[in-house]
Design a protein around this ligand. Structure first.
Ligand code: FMN
Length: 388
């Protein structure tokens, strides 16, 4: 069972990720982990924080001589901003006057519900953990899941299909998405330069007017064999697991697998992916991939396509109406330094989440305490498919 957890507050000393259940022998490159962290920090429309932080992972357990050794992997990412927060958020008692209380909860955030739930009259403790800074740790863990999947020719990448009302009006080929991931500058992560330029204009407008903007990313997994996940129980269905993983990303409010939205507005004859057989290659293939690579809760051998719909960032330079928790009087919501558009970053986070879910499903099916054992089991399955 592959499990992962994260810990850490947005302005705490470290973010922490642990990943337990990777087989021994998976090659791990710290550069590759750091490259993923870098990708998460990119995108046109990010706020000042990204200029302060250049995230670097420290692997402190579970990897020796550049391979996993079967024990839990622990990763630390230091918050560069901690130096400005040591007195605000000390682990010890600290001084009352150094606190930066948040008493005017921000609409669209965890602030009010969390303060009520935990009985804090200062939402600081809530927003510190609810912040998407936490996803840095997810991306680090996801990089290790990606390292496992890469051993079996499986890759997970993302691109942006909409920012505000500007949409990519065509499908992106895998090669285009792969080329995008190698680009030095991410901008808005769209495969079409003309559409990307229009997306940038929308972000510029949001900057100008003190507003924010959401959008849609698409995470795509390539090279996935058929048969991961299962049709037999609600909680083993891969579509459900992917949806949970992606909608758990801060600000993601909806998930679509394949062409779900379009399918709901079409007749059945126009939606299903027809089945064909290639005699020479002895393999099944499909007429299209509208299902997004999952049928009956299992991968069907096509690319997995999961879209995430992001609401516009809630923190606005022109704050919204709120109520002061201390006085109960109307007040404008608190303002914390904030991003304007995070769709490309959310796509990178979704890659990590999809990679973790796929690595879990992969290890459920093929198991193995060592990579060579996993590989033996996987190759046996490939033979089964070939001889089917
Ligand atoms: C990469 C990323 C960066 C984010 N940055 C901000 C930000 O700077 N300001 C903000 O108000 N919300 C930001 N968010 C969104 C909030 O974290 C999120 O809306 C909030 O925690 C409430 O959760 P919910 O929108 O999922 O309900 C970001 C989300 C992501 C994925």
């Amino acid at each position: 069972m592959l499990r992962f957890e994260t810990a850490g507050e947005s302005h705490g000393e470290y973010l922490v990720a642990t990943l337990t259940g990777l087989p021994a022998g998976v090659p791990v490159s710290l550069d590759a982990v750091n490259r993923e962290l870098w990708r998460r920090q990119q995108g046109y429309g990010r706020g000042g924080r990204m200029k302060i932080e250049t995230d670097r992972a420290e692997i402190v357990a579970g990897v020796r001589h550049s391979i996993t050794i079967g024990s839990p992997v622990a990763i630390l990412i230091r918050n560069a901003d901690w130096k400005n927060w040591t007195e605000v958020l000390p682990v010890g008692q600290g001084q009352e006057e150094k606190k930066k209380p948040v008493t005017r909860p921000r609409p669209g955030h965890a602030d009010l519900a969390g303060a009520l739930k935990y009985g804090f009259h200062d939402a600081r403790y809530i927003l510190e953990r609810a912040s998407a800074r936490e996803t840095t740790a997810r991306v680090a863990a996801g990089a290790l899941a990606k390292a496992l999947l890469a051993q079996f020719g499986i890759e997970v990448l993302s691109h942006v299909t909409a920012v505000g009302g500007v949409r990519l009006e065509r499908r992106a080929a895998w090669e285009e998405i792969a080329a995008l991931s190698r680009r030095g500058e991410v901008l808005l992560g769209c495969v079409d330069p003309e559409t990307e330029a229009r997306m940038k204009e929308v972000v510029d407008e949001a900057y100008r007017t003190g507003d924010t903007v959401g959008g849609v990313f698409e995470a795509v997994a390539h090279g996935v064999p058929p048969g991961l996940g299962s049709h037999i129980t609600w909680d083993s269905r891969l579509d459900g697991r992917l949806a949970q993983a992606v909608v758990s990303i801060q600000a993601v409010k909806g998930v679509e697998i394949g062409d779900a939205g379009q399918g709901a507005a079409s007749f059945g004859s126009a939606v299903q992916d027809t089945i064909h057989y290639h005699r020479q290659d002895r393999r099944f293939f499909r007429g299209a991939n509208r299902a997004g690579g999952v049928e009956g809760g299992m991968t069907n051998g096509q690319d997995i396509v999961v879209r995430g719909f992001l609401k516009p960032i809630s923190t606005l330079r022109r704050p919204l109406e709120s109520v002061d928790l201390a006085t109960r009087e109307p007040a404008l919501a608190a303002y914390e330094r904030s991003d304007v558009c995070v769709v490309p970053a959310a796509g990178v986070i979704a890659e990590a989440m999809v990679a973790i879910v796929l690595a879990q499903a992969f290890l459920e099916k093929f198991g193995g305490d060592s990579l060579s054992e996993t590989r033996r089991n996987y190759e046996g399955y490939l033979k089964q498919l070939e001889e089917f």
